[in-house]
Design a protein around this ligand. Sequence first.
Ligand code: AQP
Length: 341
Amino acid sequence: MNQQNQSNGTPDKKLRILSGIQPSGTPTLGNYIGAMRNWKLLSNDYDCLYMIADLHSITVRQEPAKLRQQSTQLLALLLAIGLDPEQNILFFQSHVSQHTQLSWVLNCFTYMGEMSRMTQFKDKSAKHSDNINCGLFTYPVLMASDILLYQANLVPVGADQTQHLEICRDIANRFNGIYGNVFTIPEGYFPKFGAKVMSLQDPVRKMSKSDPDDCFISMLDNPDNVRRKIKRAVTDSDAAIAYDPENKPGVSNLLTIQSSLTGEAMDALVDSYAGKGYGVLKSNLTDVIIETLSPIQDKFNQYMNDKSYLETVWRSGAEHASRLAERTLSKVMKKVGFVSK
Ligand code: AQP
């Protein structure tokens, strides 16, 4: 989206994409490979809104000072990977009050049974059994609101999120069925380059930023930490380097990370390791990760040292996002029968 369109409000011809990431920790290589890296590629062809999903992150208890720091760092990281705030709308979800307003309305158009079937709710309630809160239960409604507020045409989805997109489409269709065409029905966007990165310590589970530190590589890990974590990553007792996620999940995960970061085809990568041991794979992978992260970290540090610039970016992002969001929200309010202000 260009500046002129943002300011005069004329509809953009490009399809609109909305995506988000939670500031529930420092992003991992999984977040980078599976999501953030693609955001940069998409920004040339689509009208993109990228949201730091701070409202979503409090479904799990967060320490306030840490949450604030992680949120600011996340914005600096988005800039550091090359997202241009003039070309994309970068914003904090909590700065745009329309998200929670629409979420309430849509809660009233969503059934308990639908929410109970969400696998993420089941997974997260098992992981946080001491804090199974209503926000965790209705999280998909807030996610639907995030998407529908901006009339997004496309939503990048990983395999773990197709259920959330489906429920968003169901809610939108239900609302449109009653009130006319209020919401654009979003489609899933399946990125060309994307892989699911698994935990370094338990490679049958995905790498998550809120897991114990040795399970993931964070985008801010220094070279020593990267080296140590990759060295300790789980492999298996059979020394052959082969891509076989079912029988050799640890080694396959390391190969996936390397192939995703270098762009090398998996077959060629596996062939290049013929006759070599896990030590060589781990050492090469360590170098690849450090080479990828170092320039990002340099830029990250520059942005973190310029708080006033970060503030300008988040203020402008909130302003642009709110303007778009308000158009949808006011239409919704009118349709359901609330008296106009
Ligand atoms: N391991 C992964 N491999 C590939 N993609 C991943 N994503 C997350 N983990 C991996 C993608 O990153 C985007 C942002 O995710 P999120 O932070 O909004 O939520 P999440 O999927 O719950 O990520 P985490 O790291 O696992 O966070 P916590 O630990 O807080 O639950 C999404 O597009 C996601 O697919």
